[in-house]
Every structure is written in C-alpha cells, then in structure tokens.
Write a protein of this length. Structure first.
Length: 220
C-alpha cells in the first residue's frame, strides 16, 4: 500500500515510520525545509519538501498513486485543503485528517473530502468515558465523514440484550456488532453469542441506526 502523509512534524513522522515498519511505501510531504532536514533518511519513506496545499505540488508528486492520504499538519485549515484536493482532484480512495482544535471537528466531513477524522482530545475524552461509564453509548471514532461511527457500551445488568443471543437482539441491518470484550477475552460475535452483563460491546453504526442500537444495548 502507498500512503501519502502531509506534515513531517512529530505526528506525521511517527505515522510515516509506523507505516513503513508495516511494509508500506510512504510519500512524506513537508513544507518547511528545516523540519524536513530533521527527518532521518529511510528507503521506505520518500521525503519531499513541498506545499501539500498547492495543486501543482501534488500533481508533480503524483498523489493519485496513493491508496491513502493522511493530512497530519498542525493546521486545521491546511488539513482541510489537503483533504479536499486529495479526494476531488486526485480521487484518493481513503483520506484521513488530523483535527488539531476540537471546535473545528464539525468541518471534517465528506464535504471536505475527509473519510476519517481523528481528534486527539475527543478520542481521549471518549476513552475516559468508556472506561468509567456503564450503560451509556460512547462514540469512539467517526468514519466516512461522520456517516459511520464506532461506538462502545459496557452493558448494565438490566440492558435489554443481556442473556439474549445476538440473532434475537434486533440489530438494524445498517449496524454491526464488531466485537465483545469479556474480561480478558475478545469475542467475535456470531448469531448464537449470548450477551452478558459487564460486556464491553463495540458496534459500527450509521447516523440512522445509532438511536436504535442505543435502545437495544442500553434501553435508553
């Protein structure tokens, strides 16, 4: 897989090295020569000093050859422009964007070419909530510009699905129970999987199905 990453700072470089370690080809784009100079040479990482917000630069770098583009700069406006160019001008199949300021998160959607937005403050808040709350649906991650969401809930003892099989739970067709964390084990649910009180249930939902999944898993 070839991944284009805009932003060669600490975040972008970490992602680049992580993906290179996994055997991917990485195109790393950094605007500031001084920042680019601090990137250690590596065969799997093709580093270029260029402005990822400029159409001409991305054309020269053949961004259309990337399977995924990650907009990982420290500027939300730049990340939105990069995402839009990657999707609309180069038809990149998957665009992931970093959200630096939570107040801007609402803009990171399909209108700006963003398939997945990652807001570190929001993610930390969600992880804290899922660790301490029982019986509440917590959003972990937004996908497809918010059209799909990964949510989690720790089942309370009186949850409607407790002691029922997945096939009898009435999960909507546009939602999927991805996994059940039970103690130290991960259960990949099948139709005959029985839900238990205290299970941590991960579900992939759409905007339309989220309320129904919440009702099924929490009774709220």
């Amino acid at each position: 897989m070839k991944v284009g990453i805009a932003g060669g700072g600490n975040v972008g470089l970490f992602i680049a090295n992580d993906l290179a370690d996994a055997g991917n080809d990485v195109l790393l784009i950094e605007q500031e020569p001084a920042v680019a100079a601090r990137v250690p040479p590596r065969a799997e990482i093709d580093l270029h000093v260029a402005d990822a917000c400029e159409l001409s630069s991305l054309t020269e770098l053949q961004l259309e050859t990337c399977d995924v583009v990650v907009a990982a700069t420290g500027d939300d406006e730049d990340n939105l422009v990069i995402s839009l160019l990657a999707k609309q001008e180069f038809a990149v199949p998957r665009v992931v964007a970093r959200v630096n300021h939570p107040k801007n998160e609402w803009m990171f959607n399909e209108n700006w070419g963003v398939d997945v937005s990652v807001s570190t403050p929001h993610l930390i808040t969600a992880l804290v909530e899922e660790a301490v709350t029982v019986g509440q649906l917590v959003q972990i991650l937004q996908l497809e510009g918010g059209q799909a969401r990964l949510v989690e809930v720790r089942l309370a003892g009186d949850a409607p699905v407790v002691d029922r099989a997945l096939q009898d739970a009435g999960v909507p067709r546009d939602a999927t129970i991805v996994a059940v964390l039970r103690g130290e084990h991960v259960v990949f649910p099948r139709g005959d999987t029985i839900f238990e009180a205290g299970d941590e249930v991960l579900a992939l939902v759409t905007r339309e199905s989220e309320d129904e999944v919440r009702r099924i898993l929490t009774g709220a």
